[in-house]
Design a protein around this ligand. Sequence first.
Ligand SMILES: Cc1ncc(CN)c(N)n1
Length: 204
Amino acid sequence: MYDRAIQHPFVIGISDGSVDLSAFRRWLAQDYIFVKEFVPFLASVLLKAWKQSDDESDMEILLGGMASLSDELAWFRKEASKWDVKLVGIVPQKANLEYCRFLQSLMLPEVDYAVAITAFWAIETVYQESFSLCLDNGSKTPEELMETCQRWGSANFGHYCRSLQKIADRCLEKASSDIIQKAEEAFVCVLEHELNFWNMSCGE
Ligand SMILES: Cc1ncc(CN)c(N)n1
C-alpha cells in the first residue's frame, strides 16, 4: 500500500512529463482545501505534544511545521493564479471530504499523541517520497512543475520528515500494545486516503 501511495500514476506522470495538466489543476485546488484543514490538525498535534510529550524539542519541530504550512498556503494562492485556478468556492470532492473527516477524528482529545504523530508523519512522508521521485536524475518533470516537486521533494522537507519519524518512533517505543495497534490502523488509513486523493486528482 505504501509503494502504491508513493508511486501513483499521477506522480509518475509528473516525473515522466506525461501528466494531464487538468489533473494537476484539479489536484492544486483540492489540495488547497486539504491544507487548510491540515492546519487545525497540526494544532491538535501540538496540543497533544504540549500535554503528553516528555521532549521539548517536539514542540520546536512541530512549530516549524506550522510556520511552513503558513508558507504553503501562500504558495498555493500564488501557484493557483499562475495556473488560472480559482480557489474561492471550490467544492471539496468526496475523497477530500473523507480525508478531512479522518483528520477531524484524529483531532479528538482522546486520541493519543503517539497515534496522531504517526499519522502526521505518514501524511507528510507520502508527499515527500512521492515528489522526491520527480526530482530524481533522469526524471522529465516539466519545468513549470519543478517548484511543486521541490516544495515536498526537497532534502529539507526530507529532513523534517525524518525528525517526525524520530518522534513517532520514540512515542511508539513507550506505547502500550493497544496504542501501537491504533497507530498502525491510522497509518493504513492515511495510505488509503492518500491513494484516494491521487485517484481523485486523476479524475477517477
Ligand atoms: C493530500 C495531502 N497529503 C499530504 C500533504 C502534505 N502536507 C498534502 N499537502 N496533501
